[in-house]
Design a protein. Structure first.
Length: 58
């Protein structure tokens, strides 16, 4: 990840973790919105626990 860019970290079940660029995360959420089973999509959306990190200064 380049310094100076913000990122989104998601913490999933069993300690899994993923780092996304803000654009990737928005695209993923759009895919979830289009998912045919909205109940499962909503459960996944709640499980992700996104943490937004601001760009590093300096």
């Amino acid at each position: 990840m380049k310094k100076g860019k913000g990122y989104v970290e998601t913490l999933g079940p069993n300690g899994s973790r993923r780092i996304w660029t803000p654009e990737e995360y928005e695209a993923f959420l759009k895919k979830l919105d289009a998912h045919p089973d909205q109940h499962r999509a909503e459960l996944l959306r709640r499980m992700l626990n996104p943490i937004y990190h601001e760009p590093a200064k300096g």
